[in-house]
Design a protein around this ligand. Structure first.
Ligand code: HBI
Ligand code: FE
Length: 279
């Protein structure tokens, strides 16, 4: 990436999609000092809305991660603080990125235990709905489970599966569905009932309640092939959620699994519709 000759100084940290200062790996400095009071206040609003809600809805492993990370309720976290705790727990770290990054770079970061976290935060007008990841989604939603050794190991395996998916027709689409349903929108059965662990759900007030309480969506038992063949919606609550029995189940299904035969068998077929009922 070519750096522009004079990157403006003192631009608000909240400028989204500023790729002008990224390195070859699409990371940049978080520049925490640049967040404005208003940006911290938006974090505080989002955090306050979710923190009580997730006590009743999130998986225990997620809640454990939230507590151990000890992120601030009132300010956007400093990534270096989280990194000290993460590194000591699972060896993971987070790196700052300006937003979505190319798939191959994203996979490479995960394979090397680095989770890309977007630096900017949404505006007040967008508290409830955002199509792209921001720091609240990435940090609040994804980082707590990186404290869990099994889930963290699955995320590494996911990253390691990237190059083969990129090299196989239809492979990327199928691997992306695994991320969508099992990282962003996953549910898990626990001793205290159905719980949420997916980052896309837990960073959304509305979907946290909907995914557990609503009679509308179907909740199917995790099935790797079915997940990787099922289309998804990016503009509305999900029509289908997949439910794990445990994080071990997800890890076991994916670790040391060669997805190539699945890509060959299903990669060129049309996907199963997002709201299709199982046969
Ligand atoms: N980049 N920052 C960021 N975050 C993502 O979740 C992400 C990405 N690039 C690609 C990507 N996700 C997906 O296409 C893969 O999960 C398949
Ligand atoms: Fe995400």
């Amino acid at each position: 990436m070519v750096q522009p000759p004079s990157a403006p100084v003192n631009q608000p940290r909240g400028l989204r999609g500023d790729y002008s200062r990224v390195g070859a790996d699409y990371t940049l400095a978080q520049d925490w000092e640049r967040y404005s009071q208003d940006e911290h206040a938006i974090w505080a609003t989002l955090y306050r809305r979710q923190i009580d809600l997730i006590e009743s809805y999130a998986a225990p492993e997620f809640l454990t991660g939230v507590r151990a990370l000890g992120a601030s309720a009132s300010m956007i976290p400093r990534f270096e603080d989280a990194n000290r705790v993460l590194q000591a727990t699972t060896g993971w770290g987070i790196v700052a990125v300006p937003g979505l990054i190319p798939e191959e770079t994203f996979f490479d970061h995960l394979a090397h235990l680095r989770f890309p976290v977007t630096v900017w935060i949404r505006r007040r007008e967008e508290l409830d709905y955002l199509v792209e990841p921001d720091v609240f989604h990435d940090f609040f939603g994804h980082v707590p489970l990186l404290m869990n050794p099994i889930f963290a190991r699955f995320m590494q395996a996911y990253g390691e599966a990237g190059p083969k998916a990129l090299a196989t027709p239809g492979g990327l689409r199928m691997l992306a569905r695994l991320y969508w349903y099992m990282v962003e929108f996953g549910l898990i059965r626990t001793g205290s009932g159905l719980r949420v662990y997916g980052a896309g759900i837990l960073s959304s007030k509305g979907e946290t309640v909907y995914s557990i309480e609503s009679p509308e969506p179907q909740r199917l038992a995790f099935d790797l092939v079915r997940v990787m063949r099922t289309d998804y919606r990016i503009d509305d609550f999900q029509r289908t959620y997949f439910v794990l029995d445990s994080f071990e189940q997800l890890f076991e299904a994916c670790y040391n699994t060669d997805f190539a035969p699945m890509y060959r068998q299903y990669g060129a077929q049309p996907p199963i519709a997002a709201d299709a009922r199982p046969a």
